[in-house]
Design a protein around this ligand. Sequence first.
Ligand code: SF4
Length: 342
Amino acid sequence: MDSSIDEAAAQPGGAGRTPPATPLPAPDPAMPAATEPAGEAAPGTAPSPATAPAPVPATGGAGEERSAVAPASLSPSRASDFMQCPLLYRFRVIDRLPEKPSEAATRGTLVHAVLERLFDAPAGERTAPRAKALIPGQWDRLRESRPEVTELFADDPEGERLAGWLAEAERLVERWFSLEDPTRLEPAERELFVEAELESGLRLRGIIDRVDVAPTGEVRIVDYKTGKAPRPEYAEGALFQMKFYALVVWRLKRVVPRRLQLVYLGSGDVLTYDPVLADLERVERKLHALWEAIEQATRSGDWRPRPTKLCGWCDHQAHCPEFGGTPPPYPLPVTAPGAGTV
Ligand code: SF4
């Protein structure tokens, strides 16, 4: 085992909570450059709170035409959508219904931007005060790139709620320094867009918050969460996204990442998992089964609602039969029997 990997973490093939992580320097020039994702499953650029489903960025204003598209690839967020509720997946991927920004998800986007930009500074200057000083500028940039987020504070003329929201962003950024030491880290990649095609033709894509590569070539995939760590019985669900990314990295580089690391800024926990090849093969089989179900629903137009307590986070209750709503007309051609039964 490479001594530069956090030895205190879980054993290979097992998950565990670790003390603050140790460094993994040296970039890997073989990693593809980061770009923005596009198309279908434009994965939410905002991370979600631990209990909330990952959001889809709101697009456009009322009355804007959105062309329906058949699903063409899978991201962790949209795979989770389908597992949570097939009808939610349809609304997000095929109908592309707009969604309102939420305070929690927008704060997550802001905190992610700050943590990413902090690594622009020389290692010795990556301090908590410097990170917190980045918040106002990154908030300005976020409002420029996604003007809809200003709606969040439209009813806050005195700016009190905004001040509290920004203060919480500061707390989350500050907590990061108790979990990792950025002066000892030199990420190989930040906000890395990855995409890989499986032998079946299924395309997987997503954005990895941070990739660390040790001089020995061992890869650590890191994801920041602004929510709280899940209870141990729900850790597997949280790790699904990470194993998805590990599968993509393995497919791209034929390297099984040495460690998957979830950093929960909301609760100050670090959850790690050291995957083995069998984990990735299992995830691949699961994704194929999922994709088959998505293709079947796409052909038939049969997207069932699956109500759970997460419906409270869903923006589409007005279109959902479980809440007395009616879905918009199905916009794709139906080529299988049993169509349109939602
Ligand atoms: S309200 Fe619930 S059941 Fe309906 S689409 Fe949303 S998540 Fe699915």
